[in-house]
Design a protein around this ligand. Structure first.
Ligand code: TXA
Ligand code: MG
Length: 316
């Protein structure tokens, strides 16, 4: 069973020996390995039971190191990085040969970000390689936002989980790619669209392709609890049902036991809601209910990304 602790030196030793470890970030916990070590990268795919066509994000600690991994940084990427890194933003950039093809699933671009978490930044600074890290959940399940979530599902397969407390943002990073100096969002996430547009102007959002997706996080059936989840139409209330649970924004639904409901933010704060989203879904998944109703969130700030995750988690 994985040891849980705050010892970055121990995490470093495991990583240098080619092991994979759980790491905290501000978005969700990652399952990290040496991005330059093929065996470590293979282990990541095995532990997650992740198909090899789904590429990984690499994590580093400084803009200076970026040149080691990528051949070019388009101007809008440079601006976004300067303003928002460290932060919940992943940039797709043309990769150098040094990055194994397994990391990018054969794609010519590599996904990179600088995560905003003090323990993980300390760890990254101490290493002479970047960390490839997908979210530390079994493929297709809800991402973990605490060390305990990681231990519950992957604890018997990894030696160590670095515990950085509950994730402060709570939803995966926003993924942005560039073509002809034009930014496109491929995954809605913890950095709000409005913030990206403030820096680079209007962006297009391409998160709905179904076949051969650029970012497989775009696949529906991703981020799902085990219980069927129904996304309720905005302004509607589900039929009374003793065997139902609900994930609601500010107030419980009538007709469903309040013991079976989880409120994302009583004050209507979308950032607080995002922080609670995955932990509440996990909690609902363990209740004696047959179905989870979810209330859609307002389409602003992190509400877009949360609605995206709820849509993908829903049966449709
Ligand atoms: O917040 C996050 O991004 C977390 C933390 C741990 O950093 N990581 C995360 O990784 O969510 P993962 O593997 O669960 O999701 C990464 C997404 C996948 O949907 C993958 O397809 C996409 O990034 N991706 C990775 N490399 C890509 C590339 N070269 N081109 C397009 N999409 C890419
Ligand atoms: Mg994931």
């Amino acid at each position: 069973m994985a040891q849980i602790g705050t010892n970055t030196q121990l995490a470093k030793e495991f990583l240098e020996a080619g092991n994979v470890v759980g790491i905290p970030t501000e978005t969700v916990y990652g399952l990290a390995g040496n991005a330059f070590n093929l065996d470590a990268v293979l282990k990541i795919f095995q532990v997650k039971n992740r198909p090899s066509f789904d590429p990984l994000i690499i994590h580093t600690d400084s803009l200076e190191k970026l040149d080691q991994f990528v051949t070019d940084i388009p101007e809008p990427a440079q601006k976004l990085a300067e303003v928002y890194w460290p932060g919940p933003l992943t940039l797709l950039l043309p990769k150098r040969d040094l990055i194994p093809d397994l990391v990018t699933a054969g794609l010519p671009s590599v996904a990179v970000r600088i995560p905003n978490h003090p323990l993980t930044l300390d760890l990254l600074r101490s290493l002479d390689f970047p960390l490839a890290a997908p979210s530390a959940n079994p493929f297709g399940y809800i991402s973990p936002t605490t060390a305990q979530h990681v231990a519950d599902q992957l604890g018997d397969q990894i030696p160590y989980i670095l515990d950085g407390g509950p994730a402060g943002v709570g939803i995966e990073s926003t993924i942005v790619g560039f073509e002809n100096n034009q930014a496109t969002v491929f995954r809605l996430g913890g950095m709000a669209l409005e913030q990206i547009e403030q820096v680079v102007g209007p962006v297009s959002v391409q998160t709905h392709s179904t076949s051969n997706p650029k970012a497989p996080g775009m696949l529906s059936s991703h981020y799902a609890p085990r219980k069927p989840l129904i996304l309720v139409a905005a302004g509607h209330t589900p039929e009374p049902n003793e065997r139902a649970g609900a994930l609601v924004f500010r107030e419980p639904f009538g007709g469903i036991s309040t013991d079976h409901q989880r409120i994302l933010s009583p004050t209507g704060d979308l950032n607080e809601a995002a922080k609670n989203l995955f932990a509440h879904l996990r909690a609902l998944d363990t209740l004696p209910i047959d179905i989870i109703y979810a209330e859609p969130l307002p389409n602003q700030g992190l509400g877009w990304a949360m609605n995206d995750r709820l849509r993908r988690a829903s049966v449709h």
